[in-house]
Ligand binder design. Structure first.
Ligand code: FES
Length: 95
């Protein structure tokens, strides 16, 4: 499955179900991670293109996203995402 990251305009081929926080360690990605457990907000991304599943957060993730983002775009914490479909992300980071 293809993951495109807008910031560096590169495409990465990742396995279905791969956790982004692990899979992106192996490639030179502009998406930075901190806690990797959904607490710090370092990995904040905007889902530019992807399925509804890619845009859907769990309740704990939603709570943090409400605090650290303006809530306008479909934001996610990349450390909480798995590859479900081809997806395009833009790294925002903690504001
Ligand atoms: S790395 Fe801390 S919230 Fe994702």
């Amino acid at each position: 499955m293809k993951l495109k990251i807008m910031n560096d305009d590169q495409e990465h081929e990742l396995e279905e179900g791969a956790e982004l926080s692990k899979a992106l360690n192996a490639v030179n990605s502009p998406i930075l991670f901190g806690c990797r457990t959904g607490i710090c907000g370092t990995c904040l991304v905007e889902v530019m293109d992807g399925s509804e599943l890619d845009k859907k957060s769990n309740e704990d993730e939603k709570e943090l996203l409400d605090i650290i983002s303006d809530g306008q775009a479909p934001y996610r914490l990349a450390c909480q995402m798995r590859m479900n479909n081809d997806c395009t992300l833009k790294y925002i980071g903690k504001k």
